[in-house]
Ligand binder design. Structure first.
Ligand code: ZN
Length: 281
């Protein structure tokens, strides 16, 4: 009897705790996107991307991460560059190589009403370190990853990589995709699209928003808008021919769906977007 009462009390307490947590989160009727800032990348040589300085409107990058909130759960896409743990907490900027950041990512997530442990799904556009900064913090979510990318990340990854920032994903609950797409919440409004080339298993996310229309979070499918018009690819693509196939596929998707394409590093795109706790829906 005592045990049963104790159990019942425990269940009620757990339900109350869950209800309290839910009450703090926005209840949404349709998907929304929160935009998080993770600093800038400056001093890049345009030649790395097969451009001359005068051919680019902006040479520097912004670093971003996104939270998609859906009535059935959440998807965090990318996690910033410099890890939150590298901030001193005194408001001073953190500079690491070409990256500079003035604010950590997770407080921006909290400003939207979510803790890292609340996130349902986590996806990276790809494994490069300017996207994996806080990946370990999101390892309680179900990780959506292409098999080719995961194999590469936990094999002998080369290039722009900080494996320590994503080590916890090795044991995360994982949804492995084989060069395939995933309708994340089952209603077609949030879809991970396989776009290999920049890395072995690069992926983008298409989100159908009730007011704004369809948005493609493009990761590093492109780095500069000028790549869309010239067809040029960076010098460090994993497979440039594959990138071109993926780009053609997404350009068709954008046209068919009258979608916006948000290039993750593009300064102009993100200067025009509201930042968390504001959102796009
Ligand atoms: Zn990048």
């Amino acid at each position: 009897m005592m045990v049963r009462h104790w159990l019942a009390a425990g269940i009620v307490a757990a339900a109350l705790a869950a209800a309290t947590a839910d009450a703090q989160r926005p209840q949404v009727a349709s998907p929304r996107i929160y935009v998080f800032e993770s600093g800038t990348i400056a001093g890049l040589d345009p030649a790395l991307f097969n451009f001359k300085r005068e051919e680019l409107a902006h040479v520097d990058f912004v670093n971003m991460a996104y939270l998609i909130v859906h009535p059935r759960g959440t998807l965090m896409f990318d996690s910033g560059g410099i890890p939150d743990s590298h901030f001193k907490g005194d408001g001073s900027p953190v500079v690491e190589g070409v990256q500079t950041a003035t604010k950590p990512v997770l407080p921006q997530l909290r400003s939207a009403g979510y803790s890292p442990g609340d996130i349902t799904y986590f996806a990276l556009s790809h494994y490069h370190s300017d996207h994996t900064g806080n990946a370990n913090e999101l390892a309680a979510a179900t990780w959506i990853v292409q098999k080719a990318e995961r194999d590469y990340m936990f094999g002998d990854p080369q290039g722009i990589v900080q494996p320590a920032t994503y080590a916890a994903l090795r044991n995360a609950k994982t949804k492995v995709l084989n060069d395939e797409d995933l309708d994340v919440f089952g209603d077609g409004t949030v879809v991970v699209l396989s776009t290999p080339g920049h890395t072995p298993g690069h992926q983008v996310v298409a989100v159908k928003l009730a007011n704004r229309g369809t948005v493609v979070l493009a990761g590093d499918l492109y780095h500069y808008p000028e790549e869309r018009t010239t067809g040029r690819t960076p010098t460090f693509e994993f497979d440039a021919a594959q990138s071109k196939v993926s780009r053609a596929r997404i350009e068709k998707y954008v046209e068919d769906n009258h979608a916006e394409l948000w290039i993750e590093h593009d300064v102009a795109t993100h200067a025009a977007l509201p930042k968390a706790p504001q959102y796009v829906d």
